[in-house]
Design a protein around this ligand. Sequence first.
Ligand code: NAD
Length: 247
Amino acid sequence: MKLKDKVVVVTGAAQGIGEAIARRCAADGATVVVWDLSAEAAKAKAAELSETYNVTASGWAVNVADSAAVSAAAAEVVAAFGRIDGLVNNAGIVADAQLKKMSEEQWDRVISINLKGVYNCTRAFVDTFLAQGSGSIVNISSVVGVYGNFGQTNYAAAKAGVLGMTKTWAKELGRKGVRSNAICPGFIATPILASMPDNVLKTMESEVPLGRMGEPAEIAAVAAFLLSADASYVNGAVLEVTGGLTI
Ligand code: NAD
């Protein structure tokens, strides 16, 4: 129960990696706040976690790209629970195309969610983190943000930007007791990969030294570590969780 009584907000937590992180936080005793686009999905997930793990969990419809909605929701979280101990900036999308075909709309959409969304959410909670003098921010970036990827100009730019913000916050907020770290997952089996052709997925898998895709729970375990006191001296780190893909 390493997160007992901690209040953790996870964005994009109705499915995939965010769901696994919210689940792991609940299993570790945290009060979990599920943010996602659909109120119904977020509330249903929170209800399931609350029942399964006997913790407080609540679900809210929050579009991380909407700064006004994020500010309002953050204020409600602080009013409801009195604090925030962990923020997991997980919500993200893809809208792939090679550069010569990438539209401005595709660029803007990915940047507004994957990059500005991370700024919006952290900006909305930073005063509370600083007033408390404690907290852990976990940003879900990607190996694509470090190494680039064919067809992902927008996604790579956003995920690299997330690493820049992570390190900046580690410097700005570290002295005040607030840690910021990033996880760069490799290939993780979630619906986000649904648009990829089977043969591409098989080739990707064959390039992983562990010989398989990762499971969302394997990212969640690392997020839970970063949120916990076990990571008390981990700040500004970028953890690649890839099965060895990048070596
Ligand atoms: P997913 O598509 O399965 O889940 C993403 C969740 O985010 C969904 O529940 C979706 O509704 C929510 N979401 C989307 N836009 C949102 C918005 N504007 N506001 C709030 N919620 C929103 O994706 P996933 O694979 O679980 O990815 C989660 C994170 O991990 C993303 O940031 C993604 O870029 C990153 N990532 C995934 C992989 C992978 O292989 N799956 C690899 C590297 C990084």
